[in-house]
Design a protein around this ligand. Structure first.
Ligand code: KG4
Length: 342
């Protein structure tokens, strides 16, 4: 039987990535990050698209070489169509279109958020790998999204809850900024929290109905605590940094898990996964293991390499669509946003 070799291309934000998947097994996953944004405290869209233009050809070239294949063997090219930064998406989309035309192979468009969920199906060739069974719930937490997704199949995903304001990653990053930590602050908070007391400070938790999230109240409550305490002691943040990080982290994780637990209970689902950049957080990963043991969930926590933006998840999504002959044509353009039905 013919091997199905899918090239995945990801360029939705500030990582240029290309990966090759062969019959569902990962052969290569190359990522070029963009340090140019660090000095600005956030991603600068115009700089991101320029860096993608510089990186895209060497990254694809390396992904094909590392996979040990020739480009003529590829079965299809899958690319992130959205959501994301339009200028960034355009680079990957245009490249994918040109490459598929040149090789005369099908083009497959991939939704970036669905791809984060599909990362759970990337095989690394290990016999003991465990993948979620349908239907399952996936908590998707990143710098731009906090969603609970009901996953009925590879092609059928529904957002049943989402943030009404900030995303969990934004809550980490914005609170980190007011403490003077570098961008993105999430990983710094995680590291400092290891030596802090999670019960040292109490922050407000939202009371909103259903499976939706809100993080703006927490951000304000954090900001007010710092403002009030620093009036009395200007060294407050410095003296309490670890405890502040640990308490904030515990509150964010609690908020995320309470709604997930509610959804799992209501829908009687015990297959529960986590995805997205914030799923690298050690306390969230631990909470998944603890909840799993307590509530009898089968939990699925991705390897850290698949939590951030990567093309392996685009390639695996492309693989499932390829098997369904779900191709797209050249007139499809990138999109910055999506609605609730993924
Ligand atoms: O999915 P992702 O790479 O891309 C965006 O959506 O932009 O997520 C990035 C987010 C940032 O907010 C970052 O602070 C957060 O993920 N993040 C973390 C950790 N690692 C990354 N947040 C908390 N703890 C971490 N270890």
């Amino acid at each position: 039987m013919h091997r199905k070799l899918i090239l995945g291309i990801e360029s939705s934000c500030d990582d240029t990535s290309a990966a090759v998947i062969c019959d569902g097994v990962l052969m290569s996953n190359v990522i070029a990050g963009q340090s140019v944004h660090e000095q600005y405290g956030g991603v600068v869209p115009e700089l991101a698209s320029r860096a993608h233009q510089q990186n895209i050809i060497p990254v694809v070239d390396q992904a094909i070489k590392q996979a040990g294949i020739d480009k003529s063997e590829l079965s299809a090219v899958a690319f992130t169509r959205g959501p994301g930064l339009l200028g960034s998406l355009l680079v990957g989309t245009s490249f994918a279109k040109g490459f598929s035309q040149a090789l005369n192979i099908p083009l497959v468009e991939v939704n970036h958020l669905q791809a984060h969920v599909q990362a759970h199906f990337i095989s690394q060739g290990d016999q003991n790998e465990k993948h979620p069974a349908f239907p399952f719930l996936c908590l998707l937490v990143s710098g731009g999204n906090s969603q609970i997704i009901l996953v009925r199949s590879h092609a059928d995903m529904e957002v049943i809850g989402q943030t009404i304001d900030d995303a969990a990653g934004e809550a980490f990053d914005k609170c980190a900024k007011v403490m003077g930590l570098p961008y993105p602050g999430g990983p710094h908070i995680d590291r400092l929290a290891q030596n802090g007391n999670p019960k040292a400070f109490k922050f407000s938790k939202p009371r909103i109905p259903g499976y939706n999230y809100s993080f703006s109240g927490l951000k304000t409550s954090f900001l007010y605590l710092l403002r009030d305490e620093m009036k009395v002691n200007p060294e407050f943040v410095k003296e309490n940094l670890n405890d502040l990080c640990a308490s904030l982290q515990e509150t964010i994780v609690d908020i995320l898990m309470i709604k997930l637990k509610l959804a799992a209970h209501d829908l009687k689902i015990n297959q529960v996964a986590v995805a997205g950049g914030v799923s690298a957080n050690s306390s969230l990963r631990k909470a998944f293991v603890d909840y799993g043991m307590k509530l009898g969930w089968d939990v699925f926590i991705p390897p850290v390499a698949f939590t951030t933006d990567n093309a392996a998840m685009i390639a695996i999504s492309g693989y499932f669509k390829y098997l369904n002959h779900d191709f797209c044509d050249l007139k499809e353009v990138p999109y910055a946003r999506v609605n609730n039905i993924l």
